[in-house]
Design a protein around this ligand. Structure first.
Ligand code: TMP
Length: 213
């Protein structure tokens, strides 16, 4: 069972991934938790390159290829092996994020991104993609609060530094691809309290708990 979590900055997906992980551990269900970018050793290096706010000279095409490179490595080293050994795989962002951030956000060619995604994923896609949707202002406020509290030296990353219009395009892009892929996507209200949202996710996943695919 392959599940991806998607959403704008500050939508709470990382918290929900953690809660779901605890729930699966509690039930004794074998699972792998991973993320993009940065789910492998090489991916972590790519992640640093992508998010470092001093890399503001990065070309949109360079950015696109780095996400694809991260994903190709991730598929080979983490995702395919986990699925082949019938574990649950929970992924904090996947190829949809490229469609939305690089396509809708950075205006890169959507047809090309689709081809690139197919190559990088080798046709492996989540069975379920949970889109945690909230207004951009809510997400960015949360993201900024997290930065203040945890402090990555108080710095926003390259994406958190983008203007409101960029994040608005990302949110709308997510809602669009969710509507285009209704069999895979479920849109959830990310303004809900953390525990309430977790319960909604658990209720959604319970029917799959006996699945090994
Ligand atoms: P994260 O903070 O959710 O781990 O994601 C890191 C950033 O990378 C986030 O701003 C979204 C961005 N991103 C893309 O632009 N394209 C992608 O394909 C992925 C996976 C993430």
């Amino acid at each position: 069972m392959f599940i991806s979590f998607e959403g704008i900055e500050g939508c709470g997906k990382t918290t929900q991934v953690e809660l779901l992980t605890k729930y699966l551990s509690h039930l004794g269900i074998p699972h792998v938790v991973t993320r993009e970018p940065g789910g492998t050793h090489l991916g972590k290096l790519i992640r640093q390159m992508l998010l470092d706010p001093s890399h503001n000279e990065m070309e949109p095409l360079t950015e696109l290829f780095l996400y694809a490179a991260d994903r190709a490595q991730h598929i080979a080293q983490v995702i395919r092996p986990a699925l082949e050994s019938h574990q649950w795989l929970i992924c904090d962002r996947f190829a949809d994020a490229t469609t939305v951030y690089q396509g809708y956000g950075r205006d890169q060619d959507l047809a090309f991104i689709q081809r690139l995604n197919e190559m990088a994923t080798q046709g492996i896609w989540p069975r379920l993609s949970l889109l945690l949707d909230c207004p951009v202002e809510v997400g960015l406020d949360r993201a900024r609060q997290r930065i203040m509290e945890t402090s990555l030296e108080g710095r926003e990353d390259r994406f958190e530094q983008q203007d409101l219009a960029f994040h608005q395009r990302v949110r709308e892009g997510y809602l669009k691809i969710a509507a285009q892929n209704p069999h895979r996507f479920v849109v959830l209200d990310a303004t809900l309290e953390v525990e309430q949202l977790h319960q909604e996710i658990v209720a959604l996943l319970n029917p799959y708990l006996t699945d090994t695919d």
